[in-house]
Design a protein around this ligand. Structure first.
Ligand SMILES: [Zn+2]
Length: 345
């Protein structure tokens, strides 16, 4: 009669703390913590993951707080929380990658039960959490040395009803910027290569949210805070947003606040340097840059300027590293388009 997941069987009106097997290993299985708040009345399932990237902490505290404080007796349906989706990265404070295989977990969904550590973790999350959810939310932030403006994101798949529902849910979070990716956006993106840099759109189809959307689930990406910190103000925005989503889904009583304003941006375009060195930015995270505007410069260890980077498009600055050092092939900025269709060249 309970909600069964991993080693848990959570009775209605109770909260359970347990584990999923994330990956089979020699000395014992790698376990992913999981919290289930199972409402007194049956209803929809909301699945939430955090720390898919190991040093993105606001979402972890959001999940821990929700699991501790939500009263299952007041809840209709089931909230499934994965406070740490990538335990190897979290436990070793490894940004971006799972240290067991050097793979970015958010580029291998829907995973593979016979694959590397990250592929097995993605498979476990996809099968047990994403496919069982009616709505899926993945809580990210800037990683250990990443700065990101507060924003939500969705992946369009070309199903008008599903895409509209995902956008509606994304707009239940009090974050000004909504980044729209996926069909009709990623696949019409520009690519460019100059002497000093490359520029290409991120294909969102390998991410957790991208795969949830492809499986017919309204899915929302949250990017809130970063740089290895926990920010109570940001955690509060996430918790209020999730309460709002639960009201929208009929899981909590009360009507959702649908009056929040968001500026849309489209796609994620990654500018990468060809030369490593010491980078000095000219723009700040969240800025709107013009096409051709200088983004920053690179110098070598003697202080000689070795490259300048000019924006290949007009767009929002969606991500910057906070450290000066860059290796060849690393990211300078990620940009989001202001318009749904790319400007013509
Ligand atoms: Zn992330």
């Amino acid at each position: 009669m309970g909600f069964k997941i991993g080693d848990l069987d959570v009775l209605p009106g109770t909260t359970g703390f347990g584990h999923l097997v994330g990956n089979h290993r020699g000395a014992g299985d790698l376990k992913i913590p999981i919290t289930v708040v199972n409402g007194a009345k049956s209803g929809p399932v909301l699945g939430i993951t955090a720390a898919v990237h190991g040093c993105e902490y606001n979402g972890v505290i959001t999940c821990v707080t929700l699991g501790r404080d939500l009263d299952p007796k007041q809840l209709t349906g089931t909230l499934v929380l994965v406070p740490v989706a990538n335990p190897p990265a979290f436990d070793t404070r490894t940004p971006f990658y799972n240290p067991l295989d050097g793979v970015n977990l958010n580029r291998v969904f829907p995973g593979n039960p016979y694959g590397s550590s990250s592929e097995q973790i993605a498979h476990a999350l996809y099968q047990n959490v994403i496919l069982r959810s009616d709505v899926y939310i993945d809580l990210h932030s800037g990683d250990m040395y990443e700065e990101i403006p507060l924003h939500t994101g969705i992946n369009r798949v070309g199903d008008a009803d599903l895409d509209a529902k995902a956008e509606k849910i994304a707009r239940l979070f009090d974050m000004n910027l909504l980044c729209i990716m996926g069909k009709g956006i990623d696949d019409v993106g520009a690519t460019m290569e100059t002497e000093g840099m490359t520029f290409a759109g991120l294909r969102s189809g390998l991410t957790s949210c991208g795969n949830a959307a492809l499986a017919g689930k309204p899915a929302v990406l949250i990017e809130a805070g970063g740089m290895g910190t926990v920010e109570p103000r940001v955690v509060d925005i996430e918790i209020r947003g999730i309460h709002n989503v639960m009201k929208y889904m009929g899981m909590l009583s009360g009507s959702p606040d649908t009056s929040l304003n968001h500026t849309p941006c489209y796609g994620m375009y990654i500018v990468k340097t060809k030369l490593g060195g010491l980078y000095t930015p000219d723009v700040a995270c969240g800025d709107i840059v013009k096409k051709g505007q200088r983004l920053g410069t690179m110098m070598d260890i003697r202080g000689r300027r070795i490259a300048e980077y000019h924006s290949p498009m007009e767009g929002f600055v969606l991500m910057m590293y906070t450290t000066p050092v860059r290796a060849s092939g690393e990211t300078i900025v990620i940009l989001g388009r202001l318009t749904e269709k790319p400007e013509s060249h």
